[in-house]
Design a protein around this ligand. Structure first.
Ligand code: ATP
Length: 501
């Protein structure tokens, strides 16, 4: 968010004319002096806006520095992205040969993927691999109200890269622009002149990169919204290579955890492979955070090593947010216990072995939660798997209905999740509508199909929970008293109930 300091220029521009008019009105004697000063100030301001000299440039705001030594070996998972990037960098490493073959220089590499997956790390490692100087900036640093300022900053950034490479006697420079969509979005032809000029300047700088002129400049940019970028940026000769940087798979997650465990005393009972299994969908940044939070919990406990319980708490914290000091009433806690047990019993019945923990600890926006661990990474879902997922989501509300005869506001998020899955089912041709184009489905059809699917699954969930009413009764007081219930204990109770049935 921009603060008053950042808006200083705008405030000054607005305030000065008002002051002058006021002084004229009151007949102030020093008026000629003030007008003179205003004129000089205005000229200085215009000069700075055009040349980008007086206003802090992106390069100056974020002084270029030697990257901390960071190699591709320090990046976990991302094997395909690393391989593609190393291949793309060959032209810098083997520049003489590339020239002999008449290969036109690669000017830009675009890294696309979700936040925290290691795009900045890849750019830094690229600089280390090619022995280039490294400069970084974020797209938002070029967004200004005044026409020409952003363009000036782009010019300055490229100039600075070349200057630094010469100074440090390097053959090449890598400029990294994070969130390139901040400047590289599609041009709208007129209204946003400042924005268009900044992008035009970037295109001009990229076109000016020549293979046989040292120092060579390579632009690496990152975005998680490639579809927003202007086609002019994406055409061959600009961002030539597009490298997808995805969320890590199980092996990748274990690798990342190992890298961040290097400087931490981890107990022998902890299995990083198991933590990797439990953290499906986590980005590299979230895994780093799990390690860090586990270390903080261990230190708070005056423990010599990071143990399994520290990792359990750390995963909960990263997944669900900070534990809240919210005092809940006994009635609220009982209702939350019933709600969460509903989710957990349905989950364990339709996907045995999937519940890691049930907790009544308020975290983030939730008063309680069930943590699941997927048995394997999945990217394709069958109709049955999606229906199971919906039943797990409905389990909380149905349990409340069975015990209290009505629902509470605690199910809002669950219903949102359930209706999103219904949408996926309809779009995947798994509903009574058959294979349909989503845009051809009317609102009435959507809501009718939604009601049919959710009605049927609510009934099945109700039957399932009724069948497990005994287990429910046994587990309820334990959860209310102890506030957490492990997946193992839940499974043990369900097995006992099966044996006595
Ligand atoms: P954003 O799009 O939000 O800028 P990013 O993709 O550039 O994110 P990074 O800044 O590279 O993500 O990663 C943030 C932090 O997360 C790193 O400093 C590192 O601690 C950790 N991290 C992310 N990915 C990895 C990885 N693949 N291996 C090791 N650590 C990682």
């Amino acid at each position: 968010m921009r603060n008053v300091h950042q808006y200083g220029k705008e405030i000054a521009v607005g305030f000065l004319p008002v002051l002058v008019v006021f002084l004229i009105y009151t007949g102030f004697p020093g008026l000629p002096l003030i007008l003179g000063l205003g004129l000089v100030g205005g000229l200085l301001f215009l000069a700075s806006a055009r040349g980008g000299t007086a206003i802090g440039t992106a390069a100056r705001k974020r002084p270029a520095r030697e990257p901390e030594p960071l190699s591709f070996d320090d990046i976990g998972g991302q094997e395909r992205a690393k391989r593609e990037l190393i291949e793309a960098l060959e032209f810098l490493v083997r520049s003489e040969e590339a020239e002999k073959f008449g290969i036109r220089p690669l000017k830009g590499i675009l890294l696309t993927g979700p936040p925290g997956t290691g795009k900045t790390l890849l750019a830094k490692a690229a600089a280390q691999y090619t022995r280039s100087v490294f400069l970084s900036a974020s797209g938002s640093e070029f967004v200004e109200m005044y026409v020409g300022v952003g363009a000036g900053r782009i010019r300055e950034l490229f100039r600075e890269a070349r200057r630094l490479a010469v100074k440090q006697k390097r053959d090449s420079a890598i400029i990294f622009i994070d969130e390139i969509d901040g400047i590289g979005g599609k041009r709208d032809g007129g209204q946003q002149r400042e924005y268009d000029q900044t992008l035009n300047q970037l295109l001009t700088e990229m076109d000016g990169i020549q293979g046989n002129v040292k120092p060579r400049v390579l632009l690496i940019a990152a975005t998680n919204r490639k579809e927003l970028l202007d086609p002019a940026l994406l055409r061959p000769g600009r961002f030539d290579r597009h490298i997808q940087v995805d969320l890590p798979d199980r092996t990748g997650r274990e690798h990342i955890l190992r890298l961040h465990a290097r400087n931490k005393p981890i107990s022998a009972e902890v299995s990083l492979a198991k933590i990797a299994e439990e953290t499906f969908g986590f980005s590299g940044a979230q895994l780093e955070s799990v390690m860090n939070e586990a270390a903080i919990y261990a230190m708070r406990d005056d423990s010599q090593q990071l143990g399994a319980e520290h990792f359990g708490k750390a995963i909960d914290k990263v997944l669900m947010g900070e534990r809240m000091d919210r005092e809940t009433t006994r009635e609220e806690r009982e209702r939350v216990a019933i709600h969460e047990l509903g989710h957990a019993i349905v989950a364990e019945t339709v996907r045995p072995g999937s519940v890691a923990q049930v907790s009544l600890t308020p975290r983030g926006g939730a008063l309680g939660y069930v943590r699941h661990h997927p048995d394997q990474d999945r990217y394709l879902y069958t109709k049955e798997a999606l229906e199971n997922q919906i039943m797990i989501a409905l389990g909380g509300a149905v349990a409340e209905e069975l015990h209290y005869g009505g629902r509470s506001t605690g199910s809002k998020g669950d219903f949102e999740q359930a209706t999103n899955i219904v949408r996926t089912m309809i779009e995947s041709g798994m509903s009574g509508l058959g294979i349909v184009h989503p845009q051809a489905v009317t609102v009435e059809q959507w809501s009718q199909e939604n009601a049919v699917i959710l009605g049927d699954l609510t009934e099945r969930t109700r039957e399932l929970l009724n069948r497990h009413a005994d287990t429910f009764r046994r587990l309820f007081p334990i959860l209310v008293k102890e506030e957490t219930l492990s997946g193992d204990r839940l499974r043990e109770q369900l097995r006992q109930a099966d044996r006595s049935a």
